[in-house]
Design a protein. Structure first.
Ligand code: ADP
Ligand code: ZN
Ligand code: ZN
Length: 744
């Protein structure tokens, strides 16, 4: 047996591994992650190294291979565990071991620190206003522009000041010298002064206390089954997390709390700060690699007890990790889109298992996968069905848009929504309108009966494809089935077949037309450059600078808006008819979350769901705030169709510059799988997938269904080997995604 060993892992380039022979006597003891003593370099100095891969076939001449001297003595460093985790990720999700190592081991990279700097006011508003007027008068245009923008927007990204506003460094320096503006570096951490911290330590309600204590009792008794807290938004899940973290810290342990990036707001972070002060740190995607590395180093050095952050915070090198929390565990962002395409919930379960830590998941709308595990007893379920601060859930009205059409209302606003909007506008209350990002996708539906044209083989909606003058076809992105766009609705014969997909821009235009006196804000990828942009729009809305906020999923999370008393979901169907098997789940989550935004303050809220499918179980359940009923129907669908969690699905993506070759490769691969595994695996495709071609790279997608993960993983490994051996196909790349959450 031979081992690939990395020497000096903290700084080294992870690609630099060295091969050593494992002495027979040590074969049983040495595994991936082991810290070993090795002879290194010309003088054979004894150094320490980590084993990152084992193999029976060495890359170099075996007789030239040096031997591992032995297992290194002493305590096992945290890196050993992370390397073992990387190995597991590599085996489960595919990709190279190096990809996996890069994901779990923070490597110091000598890159220029790129902090996002922000210009903020350094004095009272009145003083800045005065200076603004003064500079205008003196025709100091650059200064006036910056001050004006600052007054308008509260704060400005540095790059925006030097770019769009054409502020030179000299001008910025001058304004700073005058005490008008200041530079803030990382707003999540450094900008946080003690006065910002909400004193906010609450006494847990009896149900919160019960959950926290039960989890602690189970941990103490060695029952490390993961816990799932199903609690509506505002039910006080975060308070339970905080209580659990306190308990863990009291015993000298450390905790990681994963929060989707989009919910990682100033409010959230300051709540953790109020509890744990300097002993908590945050990791987020705007940090440079160097900054992230610094936070990991602090964690390793014992300067921290708690790390919060998105997916990647899972790899914080805490050596006495006792608790991993995952808030909003159903979020898609917990699945990595780069290799290894790991899921943070599954990976957290493995990391927790390795170090004997507890895993606690929380969500208002748990993923079908996680909830199913509470039914089998793999997870333990806890419920928080009421809002902590009292307050009722919003009243939800479902509006059948087919009725609107019959009543000759062709507007995007149903009569009900319009009435309620006018009512709120007259009371000076705020309104949020949701659209689905996937709305652009273009499914075809009958405006008269609501029938959606679906694939006969896959039970997903077909997508409209335009072919210039050749007309339109409808295609299935799963299996490639296609047909011509019918002239009439196959269900009722009406001619009102439409391609659906309302954009936010159009919605904004129509809203302004319908409510000319309302102040409207729109938030989508076009209006917002980067996360700072999002935050600014949300803050403007929180300050009541607008009456109506229109947006996509982006506006579902983050800020709390106490004055929002009405939420309108303009077209709930747009996600219902998404192209994959998770459509109903996503719709249910979106509608629950969107509706949950209404009535967070003192005034009770209302929500309006506009749909062509008022009878669809996901919408009925969402309107009734009834997760159990949704789950029961959804799991029945998954079971019937063998979709996860009732079976496993693997996407095989093949890409190449040559269309024909990529197609031939895909067809060949599919034929081979069919020949060798036809009995066991259900193959869908290959097809061009949802995109066909991206950036001049052609795509072919194959979906493989199987009753369990094991067989798929075995197949993937075999395919990986096969591809490695086939020199003739070097121009086609292949990658795998187990239980994908995205559509290829
Ligand atoms: P979730 O995480 O489930 O959305 P939070 O923990 O954020 O819920 O709680 C929602 C709101 O209720 C917060 O403002 C929080 O401070 C408050 N809250 C939660 N638990 C309590 C409690 N036991 N007593 C008083 N206020 C509470
Ligand atoms: Zn199909
Ligand atoms: Zn019809």
């Amino acid at each position: 047996m031979f081992a690939r060993v990395i020497v000096d892992i903290s700084h080294a380039n992870l690609d630099r591994t060295f091969e050593y022979r494992i002495p027979d006597a040590l074969v049983a003891e040495i595994g991936v992650g082991a810290l070993v003593d090795i002879p290194f370099g010309r003088g054979d100095t004894v150094r320490k190294g980590y084993v990152v891969e084992l193999t029976e076939v060495p890359e170099f001449a075996p007789e030239k291979c040096k031997e591992i001297l032995g297992l290194s003595k002493g305590s096992i460093p945290i890196e050993s565990q992370l390397i073992r985790l990387a190995w597991w990720m590599h085996r489960r999700y595919g990709g190279t071991m190096n990809d996996a190592l890069r994901t779990v081991i923070p490597v110091r990279e000598e890159v220029q620190k790129k902090t996002e700097r922000t210009i903020v006011p350094a004095t009272e508003r009145a003083v800045i206003e005065e200076a603004f007027v003064e500079n205008e008068r003196k025709s100091n245009h650059a200064r006036a522009r910056i001050l004006g923008a600052l007054l308008e927007q509260g704060e400005l990204p540095y790059s925006y000041v030097t770019g769009e506003l054409k502020g030179t460094a000299a001008v910025i320096r001058a304004l700073m010298a005058q005490g008008l503006i200041a530079m803030k570096e990382d707003r999540l951490i450094r900008g946080m002064s003690i006065s910002d911290l909400s004193s906010g330590v609450v006494t847990l309600t009896p149900s919160q206390k019960e959950i926290s204590e039960d989890i602690q009792t189970r941990i103490a008794a060695g029952d490390l089954r993961p816990s799932l807290i199903h609690g509506i938004t505002g039910s006080g899940k975060t308070e339970v997390y905080l209580d659990l973290i306190h308990a863990v810290i009291a015993q000298g342990g450390q905790a990681i709390c994963l929060i989707p990036e989009i919910a990682l707001t100033y409010q959230t972070v300051s709540r953790f700060r109020a509890h744990f002060g300097d002993r908590v740190s945050v990791i987020h995607s705007r940090m440079s690699k160097g900054e992230r590395f610094d936070q990991y180093e602090r964690a390793k050095a014992g300067e921290l007890d708690v790390m919060i952050g998105p997916r990647s915070a899972l790899f914080t090198p805490f050596s006495n990790l006792r608790l991993i929390l995952i808030d909003e565990e159903h979020e898609n962002s917990y699945k990595s889109e780069n290799p290894p395409k790991y899921h943070a919930v599954e990976t957290a379960e493995v990391r927790a298992g390795m170090c004997g830590a507890a895993l606690v998941l929380g969500s208002a709308t748990p993923s079908v996968e996680s909830y199913a595990k509470t039914q089998t007893g793999d997870y333990v379920l806890y419920q928080l069905p009421h809002r902590a601060g009292g307050g009722a859930l919003p009243v939800v009205h479902t509006v059948d848009m087919r009725e609107e059409l019959r009543a000759r209302n062709r507007s995007i606003f149903s009569r009900k929504l319009k009435d309620l909007m006018n009512d709120r506008l007259s009371k000076g209350q705020q309104i949020m309108l949701f659209l689905n990002r996937r709305g652009f996708a273009g499914f075809v539906s009958c405006r008269s009966c609501g029938h959606v044209i679906r694939c006969p083989h896959c039970d997903v909606s077909l997508k409209a494809h335009y072919h210039g003058r050749a007309g339109m076809t409808l295609e299935c992105h799963y299996c490639g089935y296609h047909e011509r766009m019918p002239e009439k609705c196959p269900s009722c014969g009406s001619e009102y077949l439409g391609v659906f997909g309302l954009g936010t821009e159009k919605a904004e235009e129509l809203t302004k037309k319908e409510f000319p006196d309302a102040r409207v804000l729109r938030m989508d990828l076009d209006t917002t450059s980067g996360k700072e942009g999002h935050r600014k729009i949300l803050e403007a809305f929180a300050k009541k600078e607008a009456d109506i906020l229109i947006g996509t999923q982006m506006i579902v999370k983050g800020h709390d808006f106490p004055d929002v008393t009405l939420v309108g979901i303009l077209a709930a169907d747009l996600s219902l008819n998404g192209e994959d098997y998770r459509s109903a789940e996503r719709t249910f989550q979106l509608v629950c979350q969107a509706a949950g935004r209404a009535g967070r303050g003192r005034t009770p809220g209302e929500a309006v769901i506009q749909t062509y499918h008022p009878e669809h179980y996901s919408l009925v359940a969402a309107a009734n705030h009834d997760y159990e009923s949704f789950f029961a129907q959804e799991i029945a669908f998954r079971n019937r169709m063998h979709y996860p969690p009732s079976g496993s699905l693997m996407a095989v993506l093949m890409t190449g510059e040559d269309e024909k070759r990529t197609e031939r490769f895909a067809a060949g691969l599919a034929a081979r799988i069919k020949r060798d595994y036809g009995e066991v695996y259900q193959l869908l495709g290959p097809t061009k997938g949802a995109y066909g071609k991206l950036k001049d790279i052609y795509r072919q997608v194959l979906y493989i269904k199987h009753p369990g993960d094991g067989g798929l993983l075995k197949l993937r490994r075999e395919l990986e080997e096969l591809v490695k051996e086939e020199n003739a196909w070097q121009d086609v790349r292949i990658s795998f995604d187990l239980n994908p959450t995205v559509v290829y």
